[in-house]
Design a protein around this ligand. Structure first.
Ligand code: SF4
Length: 233
């Protein structure tokens, strides 16, 4: 099976997932109600697949689609302010073909990078329950199974915890669980690296808790790690 075939199969399975009735109902409800500014859109309104390079070495783990962002457009971090921040930073680091992201057919491609989430369905209040996070964990595991990941970037505390649990389970991380903070790093088996970053939500970007230089430094660090790893091979 080619890289893109496995990637496409996984994404088809994610989109067809029906494990969390509360979240599916919420996605559909938001899609039917819509926000006035997007009344001409046909909302995606279902689980949002992974996005990016099927051979990605950098795996970004977000929390969940935004109700009027990815739940509208059908692509991770597309169509909202968090996505504006993320794709600007990825473009700055040479990991995205363009700095903007408005719809899933806007031509954006990622280089050596993919984006997944703790939950693939938009949750009420942006907060999936523990059971919903656990139900979605299988997709995170299958994403890790598929990609030749060298760097994991966790956006926010919940993504960090999910990534740490998955990395422990895979044996890439051992000992005490590392605590989350912005710029926190943990060395993983096989020369891999885990990096923590504040989530680029408006809660963080409007308050100045996360600045563009802080965010850029995360992706510069990830790129540097890949280049160092390539140089030592
Ligand atoms: S959150 Fe994940 S497990 Fe739950 S329905 Fe959506 S895709 Fe399936």
């Amino acid at each position: 099976m080619s890289d893109s075939t496995g990637w496409n199969f996984l994404n088809q399975d994610i989109v067809a997932c029906e494990r969390c009735p509360r979240l599916l109902a919420h996605c559909q409800h938001v899609a039917a109600e819509k926000r006035a500014a997007f009344r001409d859109w046909t909302y995606w309104g279902k689980p949002v697949p992974n996005f990016g390079d099927p051979r990605a070495e950098i795996l970004i783990v977000g929390l969940a689609p935004a109700a009027h962002g990815a739940n509208r457009t059908g692509r991770m971090f597309t169509g909202d302010r968090s996505g504006d921040w993320l794709y600007r930073a990825l473009h700055e680091a040479g990991l995205a073909s363009q700095p903007g992201s408005v719809s899933r057919d806007d031509g954006l491609t990622l280089r050596r990078t993919a984006i997944t989430a703790v939950c693939h369905c938009a949750p009420p209040e942006n907060l999936p329950t523990r059971d919903e996070q656990a139900a979605c964990r299988d997709w995170l595991t299958r994403t890790f199974d598929l990609l030749p990941t060298r760097v994991v970037i966790a956006l926010g505390q919940i993504a960090w915890q999910a990534a740490v649990e998955e990395l422990l389970r895979r044996g890439w991380l051992s000992g005490r669980k590392p605590r989350f903070s912005h710029g926190q790093e943990a060395n993983l088996a096989g020369g891999r690296l885990l990096i923590g970053s504040y989530h680029p939500s408006q809660q963080n970007t409007f308050t100045g808790r996360l600045t563009e230089p802080m965010f850029d430094a995360v992706f510069a660090r990830a790129s540097r790690h890949l280049n160092e790893a390539s140089g030592s091979n």
